[in-house]
Ligand binder design. Structure first.
Ligand code: ADP
Ligand code: MG
Length: 619
């Protein structure tokens, strides 16, 4: 009987390896740029066509290869970077597996031109699907140029997985951003067609590179971190708690110069910020961990994005301690970060109705008998709310000071609101208002029960409902800014804003692209304070980015509107007059709680007479 098992031919092996290493254009860029960095280049230019589908070209001025090495470089497991087993645990280079070039060549039309000498001569190898078709001597300065055309031309299944041009481009920009952060001394340029997306000149140090990539105002919100524990060195920049983001995508971590996304490291970072950031907020951080290569295994995953530390908990604890130490309030004076979010630092005055402090425990257990806040799936996605009646802002009592523009109410304007169910008695208006507690809670009586209302949560809830109603109605009213605010964003956020321009218009923003990653913010939603709008746009951009380029705003609308409601809400710890409190209750009746409620804390809690009497041992 003939054997069923056979050793696969080399070209097929390469294709299989390519499956692991080459997922999309950005993976090609990652591998090629890593090679250029390993070759000591200080200038790396990347050109793409059609998001990298048609062409990916990487040109460097590194050491180059002589003709013999150039041929070898396309062989699988051909590497100049390791020789022995021991080398694998003492890596000083980004590459070592020796399979990137072979893999990439096996799934593309591949042209390598390289020269290791100063005589102006180099060699060229052209391959299709991994088969060398042509070689030649060419005129070339020292360095390497690699052209990858028609990626996956011979793997239609894989090609189908490629996304829209903008999406692929976003991934590439992401890869380049990470490499550029790790190497301020290298000039990176990323060009798509005729458009220059990134042009990052050589910089002396990380802060300048961060300013160029993430914006000068982000840099202002960052603190240098530098700590050494035995043979672990931690350095970089981390955000003051006043600068935060709604996703973790701005936490960049590097181990021995290699970008990694590691659970242990990620956890340690968040741990360092514990109690300093609101739930759902993430810092901005560019963090480098330097340790003995023998202490870390990078050969865990083909893309080398994961690592394994020998002393995992040691690294974790050192990192979070270093962050905590850097953030100790005595060590810094808060600077007004341009687009920072201050609610993290100002814990006590945060309008946190929809969020909780991390690690904080809820004060009162939710009562199931409440007529409110059940976490239901929003049902409005398919059906906008019914035509809304006109809501009149409450008129303050004559003897009370004028009410502060309570959230969502533009003085003098009539706002449409979702209709309360006609047959229901308005619940909140029915309550008997007893007073205000701690400038934060309304105390009310409902029959025999004591009802506590978190006024800030209530404001946010109302704001949210207002926004949603107007979003589905006539659109969210805009307010022109007297002086347009200039926003400087990172590439992905900028791309997301451009992609979702019309969505933003519906949300009440008017943003004009101003070249590169800059935008002029010309109008904001009418109910937002103008000075908060800039940082809100950054948060909204992050949310949009998470939707993806082809995604629908509808899928994330709740989150975006919650963000807007949080930003727009009135300050906490605010004394409310009786008239204002009553107005708030009336407004609560105006919003439709049952139909859909965003996630978050309850707006109210109820204590029954029985529970209160039990507290006093009367029951
Ligand atoms: P690895 O980087 O894991 O060694 P690759 O397949 O990426 O494997 O590259 C194979 C070899 O080709 C490298 O070890 C290096 O010697 C050489 N090489 C690749 N790209 C370049 C470049 N841009 N400049 C100089 N040498 C290169
Ligand atoms: Mg490599």
């Amino acid at each position: 009987m003939s054997s069923k098992i056979r050793v696969l031919p080399e070209p097929l092996c390469n294709k299989i390896a390519a499956g692991e290493v080459v997922e999309r254009p950005s993976s090609v860029v990652k591998e090629l740029v890593e090679n250029s960095i390993d070759a000591g280049a200080d200038q790396i230019f990347i050109d793409l066509e059609s998001g990298g589908r048609k062409l990916i070209q990487v040109i460097d001025n590194g050491a180059g290869m002589d003709p013999q090495d150039a041929f070898l470089s396309l062989e699988r497991h051909a590497t100049s970077k390791i020789v022995t087993d021991e080398d694998l645990f003492a890596l000083h280079t980004l590459g070592f597996r020796g399979e990137a070039l072979a893999s990439i060549a096996s799934v593309s039309r591949f042209r390598l031109r390289t020269s290791a000498s100063d005589d102006g001569l180099g060699c060229e190898i052209y391959a299709e699907g991994g088969q060398v078709k042509n070689t030649a001597e060419v005129g070339l300065p020292r360095g390497t140029r690699i052209e990858v055309r028609n990626l996956f031309f011979n793997m239609p299944a894989r090609k189908k997985f490629l996304r829209k041009e903008q999406t692929e481009l976003g991934h590439v920009a992401d890869v380049v951003t990470k490499q550029a952060l790790a190497h301020p001394e290298i000039h990176f340029r990323l060009v798509h067609g005729t458009r220059t997306l990134l042009d990052l000149r050589r910089e002396a140090a990380l802060p300048e590179r961060v300013a160029a990539l993430l914006g000068k105002n982000v840099l202002q919100g960052l603190l240098p971190i530098e700590q050494e524990y035995d043979d672990l060195k931690i350095y970089g920049l981390i955000s003051q708690p006043s600068l935060s983001r709604s996703s973790g995508s701005h936490i960049y971590t590097f181990v021995n110069g290699r970008y990694i996304r590691d659970r242990v490291v990620q956890h340690a970072v968040m741990d360092g910020y514990r109690q300093l950031l609101m739930k759902g907020r993430y810092p901005v951080a560019v963090l480098f961990l330097q340790l003995d290569p023998a202490q870390v295994d990078v050969n865990v995953h083909p893309t080398k994005h994961e690592v394994r530390f020998r002393q995992q908990s040691l690294v974790h604890d050192a990192l979070s301690a270093a962050i905590r130490d850097t953030l100790r309030p005595t060590r810094w004076i808060e600077t007004p970060a341009g687009d920072g979010d201050r609610d993290g630092a100002a814990v006590h005055e945060s309008p946190s109705g929809l969020r909780e402090m991390q690690g904080a425990t809820p004060q009162v257990a939710p009562d199931r008998s409440l007529p409110q806040v059940q976490d239901q799936q929003a049902s409005y996605r398919s059906e906008p709310p019914p035509a809304a009646p006109v809501y009149s802002p409450p008129v303050p009592e004559p003897d009370s000071p004028p009410a502060p523009a309570s959230f969502g109410i533009v003085p003098g304007e009539q706002l449409p609101l979702t209709a309360p169910m006609a047959e229901e008695e308005p619940f909140f208006t029915r309550l008997q208002l007893l007073g205000q507690y701690h400038q934060s809670y309304l105390l009310c009586q409902d029959g025999d029960d004591l009802v506590l209302i978190d006024q800030h949560a209530a404001h946010e809830r109302i704001g949210f409902e207002h926004l949603k109603a107007s979003f589905f109605g006539d659109g969210i009213a805009q307010q022109q800014l007297l002086f347009p605010e200039m926003l400087e964003l990172d590439f992905r956020s900028a791309a997301a804003l451009e992609e979702h321009g019309s969505d933003l218009l519906r949300l009440g923003f008017d943003l004009e692209p101003f070249g590169g990653k800059s935008f002029a913010l010309k109008a904001v939603p009418a109910l937002l304070a103008a000075e908060q709008a800039g940082r809100l746009v950054v948060d909204v951009a992050l949310e949009l980015e998470r939707i993806g380029y082809s995604g629908q705003l509808q899928d994330k609308l709740d989150e975006v509107l919650i963000l807007m409601a949080c930003h727009g809400v009135v300050r906490a710890n605010q004394a409310l007059s009786r008239a204002e409190s009553l107005a708030l209750l009336r407004e609560l009746d105006g919003v439709d709680f049952k139909a859909h409620c965003p996630h978050g804390r309850p707006v109210m809690q109820r204590l029954t007479l029985f529970e209160i009497e039990k507290m006093f041992r009367r029951q």
